[in-house]
Design a binder for this molecule. Structure first.
Ligand SMILES: *[C@@H]1O[C@H](CO)[C@@H](O)[C@H](O)[C@H]1NC(C)=O
Length: 401
């Protein structure tokens, strides 16, 4: 495409004309800014909008006086860029076209941990950071423990990335020798790599833990009432659903995409990273997410073909899961809280039903107390299900058809 502009005032004003075009682009597209740095050689100078992913490449082809005393400026703009740019703003919200920054492979794990348990039905897997030894210990001692379930039916593993620090790696190795529940991938453990961790987790399960019917993912500061999650999932499975994701759902267009650098802290999302939307599409609050076996395998296959976005919850349970067919979502939002005090008050108040089945709990003492209270309430049958809970008439471990 060529645009022809005439100006009476010579070459310098040609540059001003160019600026006007740039301002025009800015106004019409909100986000484009242009960086014309090399003003000496305007010919074939590329104009790019580097604030966004799909750059519009424009090139000045010609600036010359014409016979009628005007200045001819010919700018060439690639139509493909324009098309992709318009698509970019259409609001469909596909994240950027970036490929996965790395492939993920196991560096340390116990390959037989699932296979050696023929009765295995439940995998609890926790995204953890190499340093978070105490948090892992906390989970082993509470909701991740297999002591409260039928023997061999549950297993707990921790998904971690790699570290440069040899001291941390040594500690991890020792932890592995004691507990055998660490699954370490070869990607750098960093919050901008959470999506790699998520993909690695799925890959590991799809390869080494195929016999788990349900996989419950949690963060290492999540308090999970596993009994309730298991009951709900078994109820759903008993109704012959084998393709579901159970999690607190942030509904479409409710979670804003944080862009303002003064406010977004470590969750700042550039336009180029997630273009075209102000709010995320529906996704799971990743503190706890339960998936059936079929879904785990399909998510992994779809994830490695999907343009990368670094917020793992949005990537996996918003973008990738939307590509799968026939997925049921079971919304746990009404039993989810990020407020530790609210959760612990609820557990301690034995007159009211346990309401929060997943809570963000950072204080270890609170974490342990909540677990003790939960066990006590279970033993004394004080657990009163939510009114909204499905009926519990089904057998706990229903036979598969
Ligand atoms: C993510 O992991 C890859 C692979 O190890 C690494 O190249 C990259 O630097 C990591 N990203 C961050 C933000 O650390």
């Amino acid at each position: 495409m060529a645009i022809r502009f005439n100006r009476k005032y010579g070459r310098t004003l040609g540059v001003i004309a160019l600026s006007i075009i740039v301002i025009f682009l800015f106004i019409t597209t909100h986000a484009v800014y242009s960086n014309v740095s090399n003003r000496q050689s305007n010919i074939n100078h590329p104009i790019t909008s580097d604030s966004i992913q799909n750059n519009i490449h424009a090139t000045i082809k010609k600036i010359e006086p014409s016979s009628d005393g005007n200045l001819d400026i010919v700018i060439s703009i690639n139509m493909k860029d324009i098309a992709s740019y318009l698509n970019w703003f259409s609001g469909e919200g596909e994240a950027t076209r970036n490929n996965l920054p790395a492939t993920v492979n196991v560096v340390m794990h116990n390959p037989k941990i699932c296979e050696s348990r023929p009765q295995l039905r439940w995998l609890f897997y926790v995204h953890s950071a190499p340093d978070n030894q105490v948090k892992r210990h906390n989970i082993r001692a509470t909701w991740g423990s297999s002591a409260h379930h039928a023997p061999g039916t549950t297993i707990l593993v921790f998904i971690v990335g790699s570290v440069d620090d040899p001291g941390v790696q040594r500690a991890l190795l020792e932890e592995q020798q004691t507990h055998g529940d660490i699954v370490q991938g070869d990607f750098t453990d960093a919050y901008k790599n959470l999506t790699l961790k998520a993909i690695f987790g799925l890959k590991w399960i799809a390869t080494y833990c195929k016999n788990a019917e349900f996989s419950l993912k949690a963060d290492d500061d999540a308090f999970v009432n596993v009994f309730e999650w298991m009951r709900l999932a078994e109820t759903k499975a008993a109704d012959d659903y084998h393709r579901f994701i159970m999690c607190p759902l942030w509904k479409d267009n409710t979670m804003p995409i944080l862009r303002d650098p003064s406010k977004c802290m470590k969750w700042c999302v550039k336009y180029s990273e997630f273009p075209g939307r102000q709010y995320f599409p529906q996704y799971c609050a990743g503190l706890a997410v339960l998936m059936t076996r079929e879904i785990v395998a399909e998510l992994y296959t779809a994830a490695i073909k999907t343009p990368f976005f670094w917020i793992d919850d949005v990537f996996l349970t918003g973008i990738v899961s939307a590509k799968l067919k026939g997925v049921h979502y079971v919304d746990m939002m009404s039993s989810f809280t990020l407020k530790e005090a609210l959760a612990s008050e609820n557990y301690l108040d034995t007159k009211s039903p346990v309401r929060y089945h997943v809570a963000h709990v950072k204080n270890f003492a609170t974490f342990r107390t909540m677990w003790r209270v939960l066990l006590a309430r279970r033993d004394s049958r004080q657990h009163i299900p939510n009114a909204a809970d499905p009926p519990t008439s089904r057998p706990f471990f229903p036979p598969r058809t």
